[in-house]
Design a binder for this molecule. Structure first.
Ligand code: ADP
Length: 477
């Protein structure tokens, strides 16, 4: 395959190395998805404590002295098929805890930590590294927002730039007084450039300086220009509407494959699904419900609408449904979920924690996955649901609106429905959607049709990777 170009992806997470959310799935999937289109991608990540074990098997390719209090050394190598560049800067990244926080909450120097990542990314993109010169720098979220700013203010070296917004809720706030520390030009401190409500935001910096802006679904791209979803950045994004686009995420269809689960199943062989359902209920000590077995696999936060569950679960359970929740997050919501479990023994099961293997079993056995988000840039779980015939019941926002075809009378008549959508994100609409799910489930023919449509719906990376390749093609300078 002839190489069309090279992209340096700058990110704070990448599957399988480090993940807190969907961002990691996308960053990890893109390199392989782009290869057939002739785009070669390397991913620059911080060498967090738990990644430093990989450094021994890698080559040193870059040294960056004076990186906010110490030296940064970049190591190159392939980890699980992804070409990664790990930025080892122990004073910034060799810490206990997650990528952004430790036992005491968010790290106080996150602005500098991710400025350092962005700085090294911009420098390597501009100058080339390891005999490899990028055509495009692809920054992800606030953590890499300063990368295109450094290219803009320090010289781009002919490198095009794109920033992808995976979630606008996280904006990378820093005090205005940090502008020198963050190596940004004071003359750019005005509302048209770096200034953001009197301070600095690395995400805004990326949004004003990158050549292109993408987000992870067409609906979220449009929503971001509205105050309810833009979270303060709607004006910035609207001003750049001409370079904004939405490209849906795909899912890794090798990793998420019903044919590869312990009891395999597929659109033409649904017996396996029934066996998985029975096994799942047995695993959790539940009797198999007469109604739908629904799951939630999610961060337990307000964004995800988890607070609506206590209002809708009583009717759902009374109508014969059952629910398994897997997630962690807000302690109050964890408590509310435990409360539901206590109130509906054998009907509601709650597992607090993060468990990838269990999530596979859940999608394999469930009839439906519930995603009542208030906003959802793209969302992955509804796509796993589609692929596994766990019919998605989703709020009609962002990528959820773009990936699920609502079982309206017209869609049912046309034989194209893949799930149930509801709007607005409140308990009344959610409850109504669950009643519709129950009715669909009870109608064997209709149910089989929706499940079949869902499982046949393409959720892989092919289309989206083609869109990214076209975007990069347009950025080659
Ligand atoms: P977000 O990135 O906003 O959390 P997404 O739906 O885009 O939401 O991605 C979430 C990813 O994390 C999915 O791959 C989902 O299956 C996974 N996930 C979330 N919570 C859990 C959990 N408790 N256990 C296993 N996987 C989880």
């Amino acid at each position: 395959m002839k190489i069309r170009g090279r992209v340096l992806s700058v990110a704070s997470e990448c599957v399988p190395l480090i993940k807190t959310g969907g961002l990691a799935d996308v960053v990890g999937a893109l390199p392989a998805a782009l290869r057939p289109f002739g785009w070669e991608m390397r991913v620059l990540l911080p060498a967090y404590r738990r990644l430093r074990g990989h450094l021994g098997a890698m080559r040193e390719v870059w040294r960056e002295p004076g990186l906010w209090g110490g030296e940064g050394v970049v190591f190159a190598g392939a980890v699980d098929g992804v070409d990664v560049l790990l930025l080892d800067a122990p004073h910034l990244f060799d810490r206990d805890g997650g990528p952004y926080s430790g036992a005491g909450g968010d790290f106080g120097d996150n602005a500098q930590r991710f400025a350092a990542l962005s700085w090294v990314g911009a420098r390597m993109a501009r100058e080339g590294v390891d005999g490899w010169k990028a055509d495009v720098l692809h920054a992800h979220d606030w953590q890499a927002g300063f990368a295109s700013a450094y290219l803009t203010y320090g010289g781009s070296g002919g490198v095009g730039s794109v920033i992808t917004v995976h979630n606008i809720a996280f904006q990378g706030w820093a005090d205005a007084g940090m502008i020198d520390t963050l190596r940004l030009p004071r003359e750019a401190f005005h509302p048209g450039h770096l200034e953001y409500y009197g301070g600095l935001s690395s995400l805004k910096a990326g949004l004003v300086t990158a050549d292109r802006i993408t987000t992870v679904s067409p609906t979220y791209a449009a929503e971001l220009m509205r105050p309810e979803f833009g979270m303060g950045l709607q004006g910035v994004i609207t001003a750049r509407a001409a370079v904004v686009s939405g490209i849906l995420n795909g899912v890794d269809t090798d990793l998420w494959s019903p044919e590869a689960e312990p009891v395999p199943f597929g659109v033409k062989a649904m017996k396996g699904k029934a066996a998985n359902r029975a096994a799942l209920c047995a695993e959790f000590g539940m009797a198999e419900p007469a109604g739908p077995l629904a799951i939630v696999v999610s961060r337990l936060t307000d964004q995800k609408g988890i607070d609506l569950l206590p209002a809708v679960v009583p009717d759902f359970v009374a109508a014969g449904g059952a629910l398994i929740v897997l997630g962690s997050g807000d302690p109050a919501l964890e408590g509310a979920m435990r409360g539901l479990e206590a109130r509906y023994p054998g009907k509601v099961v709650v597992r607090i924690g993060y468990d990838e293997a269990l999530s596979h079993r859940l999608f394999s056995g469930a009839d439906a996955v519930l995603v009542p988000s208030r906003f959802e840039p793209c969302g992955l779980t509804q796509m796993y649901g589609l692929r596994y015939g766990a019919v998605p019941v989703v709020a009609a926002v962002g990528g959820l609106a773009d990936t699920v075809i609502h079982a309206s009378p017209a869609a049912m008549a046309a034989g194209v429905a893949t799930g149930v959508q509801f709007h607005p994100t409140d308990a009344v609409a959610f409850g109504q959607a669950l009643r519709q799910l129950g009715a669909l489930f009870a109608d064997r023919k209709a149910w089989a049709q929706v499940q079949r449509n869902a499982m046949s719906h393409p959720v892989g990376w092919e289309t989206s990777a083609a869109d990214y390749a076209a975007l990069y093609d347009g950025l080659r300078k």
